[in-house]
Design a protein around this ligand. Structure first.
Ligand code: NDP
Length: 275
């Protein structure tokens, strides 16, 4: 099926999640975040990715309300921060995020990082949150295959999402295959490598070939792997550019070229040595 800005993926609990969203990590709280979310909604995005850590949940909520778009047409993700792990703390932190966003419910609540020793107790609280109906799906972030195996061994609810760093320069194929096999949808953070690889020659060559920017090439690559993308920008022209990726198709041979750029390059934290 042809992809569009409205394309969604059905999660393992039946909830539909837009394949593209706006990330707001390092968007300043206040007008910077509010404006970015409004630009994105105007450009057709219907999905925003925030976190307690980003200190801008309130601005995301304000922009969603101000947009006038019905709440149920917008998908909002937020995340549990590391110091809020543990059963009771998780419930409290969730309620605080709910209050900050002030949107009635949260579409997707993620464990931001698999904190050692407490993450499993936290997952039980996440399962309880699902029963309240105030959150429509739960998932994890920065989980390795080892962490997912540990979780799947006791979980009553299989996480809907694993949000991890993912780009052609960090093509985590084994993790992607594991997630696909276990009905866990993979979501790519820092899909633009925070801009650090966008001038690399192989990307520039493909950019010329497809008459697209290198940012559009790497985002389209992820989409063609059926991965959710949440590029961040506070710049209106880039927010529009990053969603203008539905009028071309990367050929199989060029997908192979991009797949082969992997060099385990990370711009964010590395969970592979987390006990
Ligand atoms: P991205 O890979 O999305 O890159 C963002 C950077 O690229 C910003 O500096 C932005 O600048 C710039 N940029 C955006 N569009 C373009 C473009 N078209 N051309 C050139 N430069 C561009 O990085 P993030 O780390 O922000 O990741 C995206 C989202 O993923 C986050 O915002 C957050 O929601 C989530 N995330 C989750 C993590 C987790 O642990 N779960 C960790 C990290 C991110 P500008 O804004 O100035 O336009």
């Amino acid at each position: 099926m042809e992809l569009t800005i409205n394309s969604k993926v059905k999660l393992n609990n039946g909830l539909e999640m837009p394949l593209i969203g706006l990330g707001v990590y390092q968007s300043e709280s206040g007008n910077e975040t509010k404006d970015a979310v409004l630009y994105a909604l105007k450009a057709g995005y219907r999905h925003i990715d925030t976190a307690k850590l980003y200190a801008n949940e309130h601005d995301v909520g304000s922009a969603v309300k101000e947009s006038g778009i019905p709440r149920n047409e917008i998908f909002v993700t937020t995340k549990l921060w590391n110091k809020d792990h543990g059963y009771e703390n998780t419930i409290k932190a969730f309620n605080k995020s709910l209050e900050q966003l002030d949107l009635g419910y949260i579409d997707l609540y993620l464990i931001h990082w698999p904190v050692t020793g407490v993450r499993n107790e936290t997952w039980k609280a996440m399962e309880t949150l699902m029963e309240t109906g105030k959150c429509k799906a739960i998932g994890v972030s920065n989980y390795t295959i080892k962490d997912l195996k540990e979780l799947l061994a006791f979980a009553k609810i299989v996480p809907a999402i694993n949000q991890v760093e993912f780009s052609p320069y960090l093509y985590q194929k084994e993790l992607l295959d594991f997630c696909n096999k276990n009905t866990i949808q993979l979501e790519a953070y820092s899909p633009l490598t925070q801009g650090r690889k966008l001038k690399e020659k192989p990307l520039v060559d493909l950019s010329k070939k497809y008459d697209k920017t290198t940012a559009q090439i790497v985002l389209r690559w992820a989409l063609q792997h059926n991965i959710i993308i949440i590029p961040k920008s506070v710049t209106e022209s880039r927010i529009i550019e990053n969603a203008n990726i539905y009028d071309f198709n990367i050929s199989n041979s060029d997908m192979d070229i991009l797949d082969n750029l992997n060099e385990d390059f990370r711009v964010c934290w590395d969970p592979t040595n987390n006990p």
